[in-house]
Design a protein around this ligand. Structure first.
Ligand code: AHG
Ligand code: MN
Ligand code: MN
Length: 332
């Protein structure tokens, strides 16, 4: 009688998946599994608010601006609070750094193992028009127990991530993450109230023909980007199709599932680039590389960049290897 082998079917919850990962691969500690389930709990509350925006006014402005001088919506703050609270209870979390907090939130001076970076609500400018938004997270380990300035242990390059992922609040609510053993996707089943495995070991499809860039900024693109845009629009390259949602999580998720490339170069308005390294570019880059893709800043690998500040911005080019190498041939 063979022992029953559970199939990796949709009946696999994210918790069961993490426990199996933990028992089979040991690349995942039980604490990390617990930590991820803390994030998924907070995301269910965020999803609930996003779905009822028009009724509860979570997309109203708070009349305050964040460290980036961007206006903050109620749900930006609420999501940040829920995530910090759901993780603050976790004995292994030492520091949390999020887009909405200028300084890192030190939960434990000496204890705790993990540092967590969040963009609690990505694409919030799309919130009041019913377009997909998301939460992005990145997890690293403390490099040492004692420090004078927390930035000493926080500003680590992206290749030090041990887990990264996002939740996209879209036509369905999906959780996509990696712990360094492939990219896996879970869909929130509203009837069950759980994230259930919908795809495992996702890799970029080979021949996606979608390019995603905000051409409203094109007057400030350098020559190479203009040449690349001429190429993707030329008859011999095509047919490419243009898609731009304006929420990184949604533009990246479409690129991961359908293939193609997402590009956010430096612009006049954002001369360093717009996307933040620690909690947007790094986690997306970890997922992209685990899905057999590439993520660069136009010159080097995103995950090699040594951060110099917490909210540092970078240009981001991410997608299928073939497409990233193609644009590189124009811009480098
Ligand atoms: P956030 O809402 O967290 O500030 O992120 C918005 C970012 C990112 O989601 C998206 O890719 C980019 O802003 C869109 O910028 P543009 O509107 O300039 O194209
Ligand atoms: Mn964002
Ligand atoms: Mn945000």
């Amino acid at each position: 009688m063979l022992p029953y082998k559970s199939s990796k079917s949709a009946l696999t919850s994210v918790e069961q998946f993490l426990m199996r990962e933990y028992s089979e691969n040991k690349n995942l500690t039980g604490e990390l599994a617990l930590l991820l389930s803390g994030i998924t709990l907070a995301s269910k509350h965020i999803a609930n608010h996003v779905k009822r925006d028009g009724l509860t006014g979570v997309s109203d402005k708070t009349n305050s601006t964040n460290v980036h001088g961007e206006e903050v919506k109620k749900l930006d703050e609420l999501a940040d609070k829920m995530l910090i609270e759901s993780l603050g209870l976790n004995a292994d979390v030492a520091i949390i750094s999020s887009e909405e907090n200028e300084n890192p939130v030190i939960l434990q001076e000496s204890g705790g193992k993990y540092i967590i970076f969040f963009d609690p609500l990505d694409g919030s400018s799309n919130l009041n028009v019913g377009i997909s938004v998301g939460t992005i997270f990145s997890i690293m380990e403390k490099t040492k127990q004692s420090y004078t300035d927390p930035l000493e242990i926080i500003l680590q390059p992206g290749h030090r991530q041990i887990a990264a992922g996002y939740i996209m609040y879209g036509s369905s609510t999906v959780l996509v993450f990696t712990t360094g053993k492939g990219v896996h996707m879970f869909t929130l089943d509203p009837h069950v109230g759980d994230y259930l495995l919908s795809r495992s070991n996702i890799t970029f499809p080979e021949n996606g023909k979608c390019f995603s860039i905000n051409e409203g900024n094109s007057q400030s693109f350098s020559e190479g980007y203009h040449k690349w845009l001429d190429y993707v629009k030329s008859p011999d390259a095509g047919p490419y199709t243009a898609r731009y949602i304006g929420s990184l999580v949604a533009d990246f998720h479409r690129t991961l599932i359908q293939g193609g490339i997402f590009v956010y170069p430096t612009t006049k308005k954002s001369p360093e680039g717009k996307l933040r390294l620690m909690y947007e570019a790094n986690p997306i880059a970890f997922i992209a590389e685990q899905a057999n893709g590439m993520a660069i800043d136009g010159k080097s690998r995103i995950m090699e960049i040594q951060p110099h500040s917490l909210h540092q911005r970078v240009p981001l080019i991410v997608g299928e290897k073939k497409e990233v190498n193609k644009i590189l041939s124009f811009i480098s």
